[in-house]
Write a protein of this length. Sequence first.
Length: 245
Amino acid sequence: MMADRTVLSIGGEDRVSFLQGLVTNNVTKADGGIIYTALLTPQGKFIADFFVVGEDDRLLIDVATSHAPTLGQRLMMYRLRAAITIEQTDLIVSRGTGAIPDGAFADPRHPEMGWRAYGDADISDDTDWDALRVAHMIPKTGIELGDDTYVLEAGFEALNGVDFKKGCFVGQEIVARMKHKTTLKKGLAQVSILGEASPGDAITANGKPAGTLHTVSGDKALAFLRFDRADGDMQAGNATLTRLK
């Protein structure tokens, strides 16, 4: 059971067009399925990432419980005269790997991230999700994804979380500029670890700041790095780190 997830419901005849003008992905693709997306500030920074599931008369929003109140407040702020309702549900989020149960959805971020299901019972398995996230560079809300995050630096395009053909969304101008006019100088990366280091440790290279260590799983981890300082060995805690490309 994913006790750290909350499911919101958006109903009303304007629900698709309303959300379509706000989030990074194409909401029409959630019709009968699931998408991964995010809501950003007008300056292009992260507010919340979530899944959208399209049902016959509503959109389900699967979001980290820590960010559900903020997301709900932002959506209400943008509602204006749109014919929508926003409610919190009692649905339980389950996830697992292996065969997809009836009514569940394949995780749209990566084929190895299994499935997600929504209902009144927990059908989750005991998959080591941190190991999978590190192996496939999947950021997590509150760890790799924070208030200062730009979603392209967090790998959202590779995770099928941004649609550059859908039209405008909040923060779209900044995201598009980063996509088309610049080369990313920093971002999420996978590193190997030789020695002891902990999430949150500062990473240095030749004595200069090079990033921050995040989720650790075995001898690999996710880190946020300055790419110009990540070509050789780096240090964090009592460990030597090497970027894996």
